[in-house]
Design a protein around this ligand. Structure first.
Ligand SMILES: O=C(O)CCC(=O)C(=O)O
Length: 237
């Protein structure tokens, strides 16, 4: 996996035009320090409170990786009470999030209709293999803790969104159902990927056609991520 200086590394107060350019060229943009440390601390407390809340008790929590206690909580945006979880609500109500969604996915796009929290614990295998998503989305993905290759940082092959899109659309036009699209790429291709490490509050924005993977969460570490998903109005599901 390469760790080069990255052309899609934007500044904290990047404008939607910069993000759009980066997404179009590379399928990904990284905004270090998108949240300040005070907001990260509050968000971290909201993360724990959400996993302890009645929303989690209503079976929305999935222990989504075999043989670990790693867990994911999936919410629809409408389920999120902004009075109880103000930082999370404010994160996804940011102008940058709606502006980039509309510029990239069209005026009628659904801005952050799904919110996912993942808490990953050590395991010798990667959080995910290299893949593109079956249901196309634009994802806004925030590290709550410093996240580096050793605790499972997100990795992707910059610019591969064109390849992922071509593959996805070819399957759809050949009549493959969305849920049957083969998405996992050979492990050898991880050598082409870069690890997008970041401090707490770093936001990654990516087109899910980019070939991407969650890394390996090493012994004694953890990974905490919140992400919001936007979809085009006519997304194939
Ligand atoms: O958890 C990760 O880092 C992988 C994320 C991912 O594959 C996705 O959101 O589609």
């Amino acid at each position: 996996m390469r760790m080069t200086s990255l052309p899609f590394n934007l500044v904290q107060d990047a404008n939607p035009g910069d993000v759009l350019e980066s997404l179009e060229s590379y399928g990904v943009a990284r905004l270090p320090g998108f949240l300040d440390l005070e907001d990260v601390q509050t968000l971290d407390a909201e993360f724990d409170a959400l996993f302890a809340s009645e929303l989690a008790a209503r079976a929305a929590v999935r222990y989504y990786r075999p043989n670990t206690d790693s867990r994911a909580l999936e919410l629809r945006r409408a389920q999120l009470d902004p009075n109880r979880f103000p930082t999370l609500a404010r994160l996804f109500a940011a102008d940058l999030v709606s502006d980039v969604t509309h510029d990239y996915l069209g005026d009628a796009a659904d801005v952050i209709n799904g919110i996912y929290l993942t808490h990953d614990l050590p395991h010798p295998t990667p959080v995910t293999g290299l893949h593109f998503d079956r249901i196309h989305a634009l994802k806004f993905y925030v590290y709550l803790r410093a996240t580096v290759a050793a605790n499972g940082a997100f990795a992707c092959i910059p610019g591969s969104h064109r390849e992922g899109r071509a593959r996805r659309l070819a399957h759809l036009s050949n009549g493959v159902r969305v849920r049957d699209i083969p998405i996992i790429q050979p492990d050898e291709r991880l050598a082409e990927s870069v690890s997008l490490e970041g401090g707490p509050g770093t936001m990654l924005i990516f087109d899910t056609d980019v070939l991407h993977a969650g890394g390996v969460v090493g012994a004694g570490s953890e990974r905490r991520i919140v992400r919001g998903h936007s979809h085009a109005a006519d997304v194939a599901r």
